[in-house]
Ligand binder design. Structure first.
Ligand code: SAH
Length: 406
């Protein structure tokens, strides 16, 4: 699979940028946008190494070039020259692995090993599921470097298999993929179904080819653990349940019933299977509800259903700047709908994964909406990122979650 890829070009592109981009790069930002480039020494190919200079031809950064991307260069090294070779990739991945070491003490073998920009490898994600690894590319600029990345991964993690996932944008750039497809096995044995892994001692399966992200929302692990701590004797409604992450933790925490609501049939099927993987949870009543969250929440309210804990973890509503207002309105609607089915003094768990909606704005919106609905909230805690999702730049801070009673 990897043999068919071209070697990375020996040629270095020289790039000059606008003063604004110069400042952004000096402050450590990893993205250089198309319109910030004032001069290019040649027409670059995906994955060429670009050297970025300021107006006075002073060195600024080394990056990966993507001729089709709005983000034209992703910075690999700021402020000092670097030779981007196997050793360089090895050092970056090894540093990322070291940061995650504490997770290995927690009966967890599903986590994010490399979190793109935030681990100094912009546009590259590597998730571990037991001894399989999923490499997800957000730009085809990584394609010529895949062989050295995989070699580095082999030296550090000894994977049994490595699976490729492509972002929608990357998957469209067929000519830069050299036959690679989403779901391709880059190394090791073919897949024979979802991959089973452990998170805090619970078993889950992830469909690493068709599942969202790389098959599981690894970023919510700590929030799931908090739900477990709060769930004893509670009836729990898990809205946007996906494959039941929060539901299983609630069940293990002693919930008296759990209802998983999602619009995706395959996701709910997987949630049911995940319960079956954990026989210790078989005593807990778990039900599935398929449908649109907004509609189903209204219906549940109309039929008089109330829950002691309502978890709302919607998909990212603001995929672009223009969608922010609509996203905020959707969050507000969900808070109102959630409070309508929350018992008095019940617990609301409200999450947002839109990086364009800032944490403060989100928390304020939740509180304001609750006040206006005459269900003022009292905070239990607010949370951000787990250690396998470090925050390396502004856009990296996307996840926020409020635990409150109301
Ligand atoms: N809480 C989950 C992750 C949620 S991801 C976890 O911890 O694993 C978002 C989920 O929302 C996806 O499963 C998707 O199928 C579902 N979804 C998206 N739009 C929806 C809608 N309008 N109604 C119900 N579910 C929806």
């Amino acid at each position: 699979m990897l043999e068919q890829l071209p070697s990375p070009s020996e040629k270095r592109l020289a790039i000059r940028v606008t003063p604004a981009a110069e400042r952004a790069i000096r402050s450590g930002h990893p993205w250089l946008f198309e319109q910030a480039i004032t001069k290019e020494s040649a027409n670059g190919r995906p994955g060429d190494i670009a050297i970025v200079f300021d107006r006075k031809k002073r060195f600024l950064a080394v990056g990966l070039y993507d001729p089709k991307g709005l983000i034209r260069v992703r910075v690999l090294e700021h402020g000092r020259p670097a030779i981007i070779n196997q050793q360089w990739f090895h050092d970056k991945i090894a540093a990322a692995a070291k940061l995650r070491a504490p997770l290995l003490e927690t009966k967890t073998n599903g986590y994010r090993l490399v979190h793109g920009e935030n681990d100094g490898l912009p546009g590259l994600v590597i998730d571990r599921y037991d001894n399989s690894y999923v490499v997800k590319l957000y730009t085809t600029a990584w394609v010529p470097h895949l062989p050295v990345v995989i070699e580095a991964l082999q030296a550090i993690a000894d994977p049994y298999r490595v699976v490729l996932r492509l972002s929608r944008d990357a998957a469209r750039q067929k000519s830069a993929l050299f036959g690679l497809e989403n779901g391709a096995i880059l190394f090791g044995a073919p897949l024979d179904g979802p991959i089973r892994f452990q998170e805090n001692g619970l078993y889950f399966e992830a469909d690493v080819v068709r599942g969202q992200k790389t098959g599981f929302f690894l970023d919510q692990r700590e929030n799931r653990a908090r739900v477990e701590e709060l769930a004893k004797d509670k009836s729990v409604l898990n809205v946007f349940a996906y494959t039941g992450g929060f539901s299983l933790y609630a069940a293990r925490g002693g919930a008296k019933s759990v209802l998983s609501l999602d619009s995706s049939h395959p996701a709910l099927n997987a949630a049911a299977r995940n319960f079956e993987l954990n026989p210790a949870l078989s005593g807990v009543r778990h039900r599935l509800l398929k449908g649109d969250a907004f509609e189903k929440l209204s219906e549940l309210q109309k039929s008089g259903n109330l829950y002691d804990m309502v978890i709302i973890d919607p998909p990212s509503f603001a995929k672009s700047q223009a969608e922010i207002d609509r996203a905020l309105a959707s969050y507000a609607r969900l808070v109102r709908l959630g409070l309508n089915v929350l018992e008095e003094e019940g617990i609301l768990v409200m999450a947002s994964c839109s990086s364009r909606v800032e944490a403060d704005e989100f928390f304020k919106l939740v509180y304001r909406t609750a006040r206006e609905a005459r269900r003022p909230l009292t905070e239990i805690t607010r949370t951000a990122h787990a250690l396998d999702h470090p925050i390396g730049f502004k856009e990296g801070a996307y996840l926020k979650c409020l635990f409150a009673t109301g």
